[in-house]
Structures are given as C-alpha cells and as structure tokens.
Ligand binder design. Structure first.
Ligand code: IPD
Ligand code: CA
Ligand code: CA
Length: 266
C-alpha cells in the first residue's frame, strides 16, 4: 500500500469511529468524567475510541509503532509510528460544544508523512500525505494568501496546566488583539491546525502541547503550503511542546512577534 491508499483507509476508519463518538455524545453523563490531572479530563469514550483505532491501524500496517494519548498501545523503535489522539477537544465534548476531532498522524523514520484530522460535528475530514497535497472531504486545500499579520485571524490554545510562560503568552495575545483581525480558541489544537491548512486561520500558536495534539495537523499545514516550527524557528514542533503554524507569507512576521515576546523567557 502507498501513502495515498493508507491515508484513504484512515479516513474511512475515522468516519467509522467518529460515529461511535457522536452516538455517545447524545447520552453522555457527567458521572462518566474522569480526571487524569489538573484540567486534564477523559472518559470511556476517549479510551474506547482509541482502542478501536489502534486495532484497525494495527491491521493496516502490522509492524508499526504507536504513541497514543490514552496509552492503549505504546511501541517505539519501528520505522512507521502512529501518533494518535482519539478525541482532541475532550473538554468541548464533555460540555457539549461542537468542536472535537479524531487526530491521527503517521511518522516514517522520525519524519511526519501522513495526517488525518476529522472534525466530527461538521463531518469535515482533513487529510494529507507527504508530497500528495492536503484535502478536505475530497477537495484540495491551501493555506491563505494573506501577507500581513494585521489582516490575519489567529488561533491559539490557552495554557491550562503549564502556567510558567503566561507572561510572554499574554504579551503575544495582547499584541495580536491590537494588531490582527482577532483571536480564536476552538479548544482543539488539531482543528486549529486543520483550519490553518484550509486558509480559515492565517496562523496558530500554543505551548504545552503533546505530540498527539499536533502530529496530524503538522502534515496538513505543510502539505497545504504553510510553515510549521517551534518558537525558535526550528523543526522541533511535534515533541518540543511549542508550535507555531502559519501560511508562508506571514510566517517571518509572525515568528518575529513570538520571538520578541518569548525570547527572554525560554
Ligand atoms: C487539548 C486540545 C486543546 C489544547 C490542549 C489539549 P485534549 O487536547 O487540543 O485545544 O489547548 O492543550 O490538551 O485534551 O482535548 O485531547
Ligand atoms: Ca489533544
Ligand atoms: Ca485527547
């Protein structure tokens, strides 16, 4: 199977497991909420979705490794590695807010090669594979052509457990409130990246994220013509716990804003 075939198989899988997640949403009770840590919620829905995904992905590439949020299967040291968030936007799911995704990334020899982000409420499946382009429900997507931050809509995620860099974070926030079309907090980093790939947002920044939040979205943005990096401008974005993603035109200006505020604090 080539990457395109694998990618299409993954989209069928996210549609299938997505039906399960949406059905559970209708009868979800707050008594099912569990706490993994401060502001870190989970339920049987995340866990069951992940075990279904892992089972099917194991059939797709039998010798692949896994890095999964809910720890269903952790296998390192393989050429292929699936990086999975079965439900990105758990807090939205629990509160009945309609933005949550299945996020599945694939690395080959440590490099991102495939990403699927399926936002379930609007049934928007964003997918991309290396050198194959990025798509939304079968149509090719591109990052936006906006060339200045002042004409941009910016996505971010609010710090929710690591408050050590609140000062520079709020300074960037303050600057962008004054010098952009505005900021949005969807509650799903995977959706933030997918929307950036589709040209809805010009840029996204957040710190404190895990690999499963961003692995798929990184491929979407890159294949849609955008740029992804950490706050220093290097490619340590998936495991480095800080990420910026934007269209290629505003990237230098956006990176400069981030570096000016976060520079001294890192
Ligand atoms: C969260 C979402 C959110 C981001 C958090 C993540 P979860 O993932 O991506 O947008 O701000 O940092 O942990 O917990 O819903 O899978
Ligand atoms: Ca997540
Ligand atoms: Ca999750």
């Amino acid at each position: 199977m080539n990457l395109a075939d694998i990618c299409h198989a993954v989209t069928r899988l996210t549609s299938d497991v997505g039906q399960f997640i949406l059905a559970e949403r209708l009868s979800f009770q707050s008594s099912a909420i569990e706490r993994k840590g401060h502001n870190d919620l989970v339920s049987y829905v995340d866990k069951e979705a992940e075990s279904r995904l892992v089972e099917q992905l194991t059939e797709l590439i039998p010798d692949a490794g896994f890095l999964t949020e809910e720890n269903t299967k952790q296998v390192q040291g393989k050429s292929y590695c699936w990086i999975i968030d079965p439900l990105d936007g758990t807090t939205n799911f629990i509160h009945g807010i309609p933005c949550f995704c299945i996020s599945i990334g694939l690395h080959y020899e440590g490099q991102p090669v495939l990403g699927v982000v399926h936002e379930l409420n609007l049934n928007e499946c964003f997918y991309a594979w290396k050198n194959g382009g990025a798509y939304l429900n079968g149509k090719k997507i591109r990052v936006s052509e906006v060339s200045v931050v002042s004409d941009s809509l910016i996505a971010t995620g609010f710090p929710y457990h690591d408050y050590n860099r609140m000062k520079p974070y709020m300074e960037v926030f303050d600057h962008l409130m004054h010098h952009s079309h505005g900021l949005r907090r969807l509650g799903s980093a995977a959706a933030d990246l997918a929307y950036t790939a589709a040209g809805r947002f010009e840029a996204f920044y957040e710190y404190g994220l895990n690999p499963w939040d961003v692995a798929a979205g990184v491929v979407l943005v890159q294949e849609a013509g955008g740029v992804v990096s950490d706050f220093s401008g290097t490619d340590n974005h998936t495991f480095g716990k800080e990420i910026i993603a934007s269209n290629a035109k505003i990237y230098p200006e956006f990176l400069e804003i981030i570096q000016e505020k976060f520079g001294a604090d890192r």
